[in-house]
Write a protein that binds this ligand. Structure first.
Ligand SMILES: CC(=O)NCCS(=O)(=O)O
Length: 389
């Protein structure tokens, strides 16, 4: 298990060599052949790849960079506290919603966002009305990725949806995945972007969310290296789910860098529940990845997936964003809700996919984050990240 001492997290950023030739061929939606002439150049260069095909970056508009529209999260089921078994097994109902919001991972039913496509479709219409245009759907192998469903939702709602290539955390890796070499994993990720995933022909437009535990497992390290190799070949965006420890994002960046990854096109997700010290946050920000606060709407006392963590409130998240802007990192910030359980949907009394646009943006303005900075966070930064090199 590669556990790293603090000193190895402080390696300087390295420039990635990007001039190796490659002869990889792929096919764009509708069967146009795609040839990678140089390692980081393809027919996708300068474009963004949605589940309906490539689009111009200017079409993206307001973008949530970390959501799920259909997935299962049974890998993170948490046994209910003694005495809570009955409520945990009851169908979701009004009188249980407070309990559910405090214990979202202790109800099996709540972990099946996959059952809520109609509700999600309605929410996407609301999202468009609120000014939203694009969603990056981060569901990867292991948590029931369903690209045909994403494609249908994009057609039904007009929201641009970008699918994710690669693998979630080790607990969801199959034995076959765990046995794969880095080269094989790289081939799979590259193919999911160039040819389509899960035998569908629907192409992913980002790598990730790539799942990491704390400590990292051997299989996760291989997937990280494969992510870096695929990114080098494709010049594409990547997004990482770090393990629940402040050292995790540093270690992951080091592994990606050493494997030739492009940190400037990589998002570190879930910083809300990962790095709490402002000094440490600035140290991490200096490494050059995008800094994602993607748990907006999640407010709970006991975070069952790691009880040591005090989950911040939305007000505290906004305060951290204001701090990062004040420190000059406005070009690196991304935000989202990471809806991944039923209780987060408005159908179940949750905040839905429009909470940031309806409630958080006004709060950001009140706390001194200017409209120009908000536009960077919601439009310009996602566009830069999602555009293939
Ligand atoms: C789907 C997913 O990975 N969500 C993240 C949940 S966590 O609590 O931030 O780890």
């Amino acid at each position: 298990m590669p556990v790293c001492e603090t000193s190895c997290f402080l390696l300087p950023l390295r420039r990635v060599a990007r001039n190796r030739s490659s002869e990889i061929e792929g096919r764009l939606s509708g069967s146009k052949p795609l040839r990678l002439i140089h390692s980081n150049m393809s027919a996708l260069s300068g474009q963004v790849q949605t589940v309906l095909g490539p689009i111009e970056p200017d079409q993206l508009g307001v973008t949530m960079t970390h959501e799920h529209l259909t997935m299962t999260f049974e890998c993170c089921y948490s046994t209910p506290a003694p005495g809570d078994e009955t409520v945990a097994q009851a169908p979701i109902q009004m009188k249980n919603l407070f309990w559910l919001n405090q214990n979202p991972y202790s109800s099996h039913e709540n972990l099946l966002l996959v059952q809520e496509t109609d509700a999600v479709r309605e929410e996407l219409h609301e999202y468009r009305k609120a000014g939203g245009r694009t969603i990056v759907e981060n569901t990867t192998q292991g948590i029931s990725r369903d690209l045909p469903c994403l494609r249908q939702l994009a057609i039904d709602t007009g929201v641009h949806i970008i699918g994710g290539a690669g693998f979630y955390v080790d607990a969801t890796h199959s034995e076959a995945t765990r046995k794969m070499t880095v080269e094989k994993l790289t081939d799979i990720i590259v193919s999911e972007v160039l040819h389509g995933a899960d035998g569908t022909g629907i192409r992913c437009g980002v790598i990730g969310e790539i799942g990491c535990s704390w400590p990292l497992t051997d299989s996760e390290v291989k997937v990280l290296k494969a992510t870096a190799h695929a990114q080098t070949k494709l010049g594409c965006p990547a997004i990482i789910h770090p393990g629940r420890n402040p050292a995790a994002p540093f270690e992951i960046v080091r592994i990606l860098q050493e494997a030739g990854g492009d940190i400037s096109k990589t998002v570190m997700s879930h910083l809300d529940r990962t790095i709490f010290d402002n000094g440490e946050l600035l140290e991490f920000a200096n490494l050059g990845s995008y800094l994602e606060y993607d748990l907006f709407g999640t407010e709970m006392l006991n975070y069952a997936l790691y009880l040591d963590v005090d989950m911040p409130s939305d007000s505290q998240r906004v305060k951290t964003l204001a701090f990062l802007v004040q420190e000059g990192y406005e070009d690196n910030i991304l935000i989202a809700h990471d809806v991944h359980t039923k209780n987060r949907l408005t159908k179940y009394g949750g905040h839905g996919y429009s909470h940031i646009l309806k409630n958080i943006v006004p709060k950001m303005l009140v706390r001194g984050i200017s409209q120009t900075h908000i536009d960077k966070i919601l439009i310009d930064n996602p566009k830069r990240w999602l555009t293939f090199k």
